[in-house]
Design a protein around this ligand. Structure first.
Ligand code: SAM
Ligand code: SF4
Length: 327
């Protein structure tokens, strides 16, 4: 029988997020600063061989079942398809979160390399608002990227929309129409205090209840079994599509969280909001054996807290932004 990555609250961890770079071709307001980001030097990024070693160990020894590649923007890491080929051999649910702008060029390669699923982040359908939110003029490429992902065979394609009060909450119904017309699953995400510019405040969060209140006067929704997914899910009663809401702030799902993370610079994190990280890269480069790595993973997961406490006075904001942690 396999060991389990189990914490002191009895949560078993089976979902691994790997950030492959902290660089990005966008500068989304809710994530990165416009300028002045210090990128991790190339020699400090985990190599594909190092990522493969860690992923293999976590899958074979601890029964990790799903791996999601993220960033920064994962598709700006050169030869990402080579990493996907290696990880696809582990026979896990292998997925990617991307801003989608490069997908017209790389979707086919990613699919052929063995990627199973793809989530594309898109927060507005309005070109001017897109320019202001992402600080890039790439809405057209991104919409083409969504089409490219569907055309090469990814199914379902999911769209992640971060909903922010007074910024893009007037587009929730447009996204519902877009999802239903284009056969993509839209997942609304609550704005989290992980933006580099630290403009987050609770008053800017559109909560799950507020998002639902915009939708339910127009559509009948039926709940779908959630499992260990961070998204609460509903399908449209008329059979045309599905939505999800990731309510990290208003309805934290910490008690069911089964997720662990590796950052691009080789740190292990037991929570998105963790203050403490565990330095795996140094161990790897000291050529330690697998048992030492296993011990570090086990200890780091045991150290996980009960929950993040966002919105309470005890909450401490991590010093890293979403793009540095890997959303
Ligand atoms: N660059 C890729 C992308 O945008 O999909 C992957 C990395 S991005 C950090 C991962 C996810 O985090 C995206 O869906 C993005 O919208 C989300 N995200 C970034 N900053 C956020 C914030 N402050 N609150 C909520 N979600 C955020
Ligand atoms: Fe880049 Fe994704 Fe962050 Fe936007 S959300 S700045 S695309 S990492």
């Amino acid at each position: 029988m396999k060991d389990q990555l189990i914490d002191t609250y009895g949560r078993v961890h089976r979902d691994l997020r790997i950030s492959v770079t902290d660089r990005c071709n966008f500068r989304c307001q809710y994530c990165m600063p416009e300028e002045g980001m210090d990128w991790t030097p190339r020699e400090d990024l985990l190599t594909f061989e190092e990522i493969e070693r860690l992923a293999k160990l976590l899958v074979h020894r601890f029964g990790i079942e799903s791996i999601r590649l993220t960033g920064g923007e994962p598709t700006v890491r050169a030869n990402l398809n080579k990493l996907i080929e290696k990880l696809a051999k582990l026979d896990v649910d292998l997925s990617l979160t991307t801003n989608g702008a490069t997908l017209p060029l790389v979707a086919q390669d990613l699919y052929e390399a063995g990627l199973n699923r793809i989530n594309i982040s898109l927060d507005t359908l309005d070109p001017e608002r897109f320019k202001s939110l992402t600080r890039r003029d790439n809405l057209k490429q991104e919409l083409q990227g969504i089409e490219a992902a569907k055309a090469v065979g990814f199914d379902p394609v999911k769209i992640n929309m971060v909903v922010m009060k007074g910024i893009n909450d007037d587009e929730v119904l447009d996204f519902i129409s877009y999802g239903r017309e284009n056969n993509v699953v839209v997942r609304f995400i609550e704005f989290m205090p992980l933006d580099a510019d630290e403009v987050w405040e609770k008053s800017k969060v559109m909560s799950q209840d507020e998002i639902l209140a915009l939708i339910t006067p127009h559509y009948d929704l039926e709940p779908v079994f959630r499992g260990s997914s961070p998204a609460e899910r509903w399908k449209f009663a008329d059979g045309s599509g599905e939505i999800g809401i990731i309510a990290t702030v208003s309805e934290a799902f910490c008690e069911a969280c089964d997720r662990i993370r590796l950052t691009a610079d080789g740190k292990f994190r037991n929570c998105l909001f963790a203050i403490k990280e565990f330095d795996i890269r140094t161990l790897l480069r000291e050529n330690v054996d697998d048992e030492e790595l296993v011990q570090l993973f086990s200890d780091a997961v045991k150290d996980k807290w009960a929950g993040h406490q966002i919105g309470k006075s005890v909450f401490i904001r991590p010093s890293k932004s979403m793009s540095q942690i890997g959303g």
